[in-house]
Write a protein that binds this ligand. Structure first.
Ligand code: PLP
Length: 401
């Protein structure tokens, strides 16, 4: 009944958890929601004010399909200031979130017979987009033992004659891991030699906790500007997930193809949103730092609370706002078999919404989002610890019975 491509994809599993938590909360159930993939902070007031002003000025019509010139210049100026890279408006497209920017690029670059390398545990959309482009995803794995670092050797070992692209997400969702500048340099040198595209999903680029060198755009532009795509978003840095604004920077011919594709799907990003995003990118950046400081504080606090139960094993993430917790000690063939079972039981019995590792191709892990208040985080971690300890009691009772 449905087209063949629908069989290759499912609904985003992270969104499923969010929907279920929302449904229960709407019924008045006291859920602690640690599933959120979005900042809990309000959009900064000067950003919202720019949107109000846009409405009042009747800036409410179609804009240029690929985004206003003002917005493109704001993105280019931000990347110049942050990374020292030079892009022009003709090399820039504004899309409905980083998601659409990445999707446009995948559809315009990849096709049947192409292999595209990406990494897991990771954000599932990157893999699904490769499949939607009729290409074949080639997954390389990162490991909890070294905090999910993406090593150049792992990517280089996956290169094959049909490799057409490499998609890297750094900082990564759900692990918060960064690719080091050195690793990216080695990958870029080889990709340039073989004429392979590198797409970087920089959606969490502003959420890095320590002053770690992370000039991925600078490295790629210096080595392979004509095969580089940089995708970013206002969603996470400026607490603007609902506004739907992201962008891609790349060679003009690719951006022009993305423009054509977008012109037949969604057209321009909401005009009001674009005015708000200009204010976000060009206005004071201390709001970003303030949110980052609060996330860091929460990360450290939750890690401390979780340390009370050593079988909840977790490393400190370098970026983003998730803890990726190894809970495999609590899974068993005759109890909760998967982290999906565990997450469901946590929701049903402990009233905590949390995302199972299967959503990120990482069975045995749970993703805890600390994009919520410290008070909620404390309630949530208390409930999780009490729940897993009660599992021991049940297991002990069953063994004694
Ligand atoms: C790794 C990663 N990339 C991109 C996105 C896209 O976000 P948006 O479309 O809101 O910019 C997300 C959202 O969760 C994400 O986690």
């Amino acid at each position: 009944m449905l087209a063949e491509r629908t069989k290759r994809i499912g609904v985003s599993p992270t969104m499923k958890v969010a929907a279920e938590a929302m449904r229960l909360k709407a019924q008045g159930v006291d859920i602690v929601d640690l599933g959120a993939g979005e900042p809990d902070f309000p959009t900064p007031p000067h950003v919202s004010a720019a949107a109000h002003a846009a409405i009042d000025a009747n800036f409410t019509k179609y804009t240029t399909n690929s985004g206003t010139d003002e917005m493109k210049r704001a993105v280019c100026a931000r990347y110049k200031a942050d990374y020292g890279v030079e892009y022009t408006p003709a090399e820039t497209i504004i899309s409905a979130g980083g998601k659409q920017a990445l999707y446009n690029a995948a559809l315009c670059l990849f096709g049947a017979g192409d292999e595209v390398i990406t990494h897991m545990p990771g954000w599932p959309t990157l893999v699904e987009q490769i499949k939607l482009a009729d290409a074949t995803p080639v997954i390389v794995r990162t490991r909890a033992e070294d905090n999910f670092r993406l090593h150049a050797e792992t990517i280089l070992a996956a290169l094959a004659p049909r490799t057409r692209g490499i998609v890297i997400n750094s900082p990564g969702n759900p692990t918060g891991a960064l690719i080091s500048e050195d690793d990216l340099t080695r990958v870029a040198d080889e990709a340039a030699r073989r004429d392979i595209w590198i797409l970087v999903d920089l959606c969490y680029e502003r959420l890095i906790y320590e002053p770690t060198p992370h000039n991925l755009p600078g490295i790629l532009v210096a080595r392979m500007r004509d095969r580089t795509v940089l995708c970013g978003s206002s969603s996470k840095a400026y607490a603007m997930t609902g506004w739907r604004c992201g962008w891609a920077l790349g060679p003009a011919a690719l951006i022009s193809a993305c423009n054509a594709l977008q012109s037949h799907s969604t057209s321009n990003v909401c005009s009001i949103t674009q005015k708000a995003a200009v204010a976000a990118l060009t206005g004071p950046q201390d709001c970003v730092t303030a949110m980052l400081d609060e996330y860091r504080n929460r990360r450290d606090q939750v890690c401390e609370w979780l340390a009370a139960e050593p079988r909840l094993r977790v490393g400190k993430p370098e970026g983003a706002f998730y803890l990726f917790i190894d809970v495999s000690d609590f899974l068993s063939p005759d109890g909760l078999r998967t982290t999906s079972d565990l997450a469901q039981a946590l929701l049903d019995e402990a009233r905590v919404a949390i995302t199972p590792g299967e959503a990120f191709d990482a069975p045995g892990f749970l993703r805890l989002s600390y994009a919520t208040s410290l008070a909620e985080l404390q309630r949530g971690t208390d409930r999780i610890i009490a729940f897993v300890r009660a599992l021991d009691v049940q297991a002990g009772a069953a063994a004694g019975a």
